[in-house]
Ligand binder design. Structure first.
Ligand code: ZN
Length: 601
């Protein structure tokens, strides 16, 4: 086919480039007839591009899958087969069960098991003793690491069995599960495309130019991911079967280093021919492992959002870094017992709810001279202004991350409250939950990580992304454009002492300090009230505080206090990234977290 392409191309250029004008004249000639041909070039030589991680190790490539079809009727000595394959008796039972779409599938239900090349060779050798076994091969995606399922996704063309299962089991919610990761997002570039030539042939079989624009053959492109597989796998161990997310990124570039959606699963599951039962369990799992949480779910951020409110309040002059308030629990409950928050630093360190209640009240209740005395108009104007500044953090709109179905999240507008409260006369008292990141605010995991990157950078960000190179080229152009918030860098710098204080003695995450290995972490915990069950735990932070190289955002659903659940995961990921080994001091801790993660609580 490629040879044909060359011949056709040379044939055409030799033809001294006939202009379209000439061709058009000749078409009008009544005696001359022309044939419009369409020649497809290179369709057979297209190979889907590979996915490589940030250290160029291959994560996914198209290759040969070896399949073993078990006999439909004849009884099978599974123990002897296990022996032949070098599997244990439990393994073979499990593998056959996983390949069936449901428990108690009728005997003889077709079963195709994936084998390694070595296992397939053994079966081939023993062909005589096992005449009923059928070996076959098919081309498909092969995964080298059991990590990154939510990032990698799957090619839709190989996921038909999954789509069919999903349509049968979840119907209406089915579309939300179709999240092909970067395989889906970059499908066109990964697939490549054949060339299309459009020769115009005269009655003598001569090529007389083109009747339409030709397109060139383009091979499938490799994608170079921003993910660090080692860090990704580690973060997945910490998340395990728990519900939630962990996003780690490099604030200086917006490159996502680890992207975990929990519960985690094996990336091969959705396309593998022998995972039907695993898929149907995932489809009916109430923890919804197939939802790509960091991109698709927007949640109230909780106390983590106090950082954003503080930056906006500083910018709009509602507070100064030296502003102190009383921990007045008649306004709002404070979950922590702590000394009086006599400055912003103290307010952040103790995550004092009344402090931020009063901060936001200053902001919303300002009455500028222009609105002399019209407090309703002033509240509307102030809330609108707050929202404009908060939106500049990339909230209430998609960030444009290179993964399908990113949710925009939500920030309430004045009009929203007019409608929800059925009056324009709503007061601060009825919207104060915004001050502690509760109520109507919803933001995604990617946005949580991104606002933390903005603070680390003191005011700017590159949109978070998962692909840093396409073939020999860089990332998509939009990922190299710096975006700025409406907040001065000094007002971000003012948050830092409080965020460092969070990790120090008396702070809400003091036990998650990395001071023993010389790393200063800046962080913020959050406990998010949940009317339907246990509170959610959140933590965001970056390290080293004076020269941030990694930002981590963690959200654990129904896990209780942020400090005791989310912060340890985040700082372990930081330590892993910045140092490699985990200090002996935290080994027990790490083991306990992994144990809990495996058990899903
Ligand atoms: Zn307090």
């Amino acid at each position: 086919m490629v040879l044909l392409l060359l011949l056709l191309l040379t044939g055409q250029t030799a033809c001294s480039s006939p202009s379209t004008e000439v061709a058009a004249q000749e078409v009008q000639e009544p005696t001359e007839t022309f044939t419009q041909r369409r020649v497809v070039v290179g369709a057979d030589s297209l190979v889907r591009g590979r996915l490589l991680d940030r250290n160029d190790s291959v994560l996914v490539a198209t290759g040969t899958l070896h399949l073993l079809k078990l006999p439909r009727k004849a009884p099978l000595d599974t123990l002897a087969l296990a022996k032949l394959l070098g599997w244990g008796p439990t393994t073979i039972r499990q593998r056959i069960a996983n390949a069936l779409p449901y428990d108690n599938a009728p005997a003889g239900y077709p079963v195709n098991l994936r084998l390694t090349a070595a296992e397939a060779a053994r079966v081939r050798k023993a062909r005589k003793q096992w005449p009923t076994l059928v070996l076959s091969t098919q081309t498909g995606r092969r995964y080298t690491a059991n990590a990154g399922a939510a990032v990698l996704g799957y090619p839709a063309a190989e996921a038909q069995a999954f789509f069919n299962q999903a349509q049968r089991t979840v119907r209406g919610r089915y579309y939300r599960l179709r999240n092909g990761g970067v395989e889906g997002y970059y499908n066109g570039l990964l697939t490549g495309r054949p060339g299309y030539l459009h020769p115009l042939i005269d009655s003598l079989g001569e090529n007389r130019g083109s009747w339409a624009t030709d397109t060139a053959f383009r091979q499938g492109q490799d994608l170079h991911l921003t993910i660090d597989t080692r860090l990704q796998a580690y973060a997945e161990q910490l998340m395990g079967n728990r519900k939630g997310y962990l996003v780690a990124l490099d604030p200086k570039t917006g490159e996502i280093l680890a992207y975990v959606s929990g519960p985690v699963y094996d990336p091969a599951t959705l396309t593998a021919p022998d995972q039907a039962k695993v898929r149907s369990e995932m489809l009916s799992d109430e923890n919804r492992p197939l939802i790509n949480r960091p991109a698709m779910l927007a949640n109230p951020p909780g106390s983590v959002f106090k950082l954003v409110n503080a930056a906006v309040a500083l910018q709009l002059g509602a507070i100064k870094p030296s502003t102190g308030f009383k921990c007045d629990q008649t306004l709002i409950k404070c979950v922590h017992y702590h000394p009086r928050p006599s400055s912003l630093t103290m307010g952040l360190k103790y995550s004092c709810n009344p402090y931020f209640y009063q901060t936001m009240r200053n902001l919303i209740q300002r009455v500028p001279d222009s609105l002399a005395g019209d407090t309703v108009a002033a509240r509307h104007a102030n809330l609108a202004e707050w929202r404009r500044y908060v939106r500049s953090f990339g909230l209430d709109s998609v960030l444009g991350v290179d993964i399908p179905r990113e949710a925009p999240g939500f920030l309430p507008t004045p009009a929203y409250y007019d409608k929800a409260r059925r009056t324009r006369n709503w007061t601060y008292r009825s919207i104060y939950s915004l001050s502690v990141g509760q109520g109507e605010i919803n933001i995604t995991g990617l946005q949580m990580a991104n606002i933390t990157a903005i603070i680390a950078n003191r005011g700017w960000y590159y949109p978070p992304h998962l692909v840093r190179g396409i073939g020999d080229d860089g990332p998509l152009p939009r990922f190299t454009k710096k975006r700025y918030t409406l907040i001065d860098s000094a007002n971000f710098a003012a948050l830092l002492p409080g965020m460092i204080g969070v990790m120090q003695r008396g702070g809400t995450a003091e036990t998650s300090s990395l001071a023993d290995v010389g790393i200063t972490v800046a962080g913020k915990t959050g406990t998010v009230e949940n009317s339907e069950g246990d509170d959610h735990a959140a933590f965001v932070g970056f390290a080293p505080a004076d020269n941030p190289k990694i930002v981590v955002a963690v959200y654990l659903e129904n896990a209780g206090f942020g400090a005791t659940a989310a912060a340890p995961c985040a700082v372990l990921v930081m330590e892993k990234h910045l140092r490699g080994p985990i200090a002996p001091k935290r080994k027990n801790w790490e083991a306990r977290i992994k144990h809990r993660a495996r058990n899903g609580y």
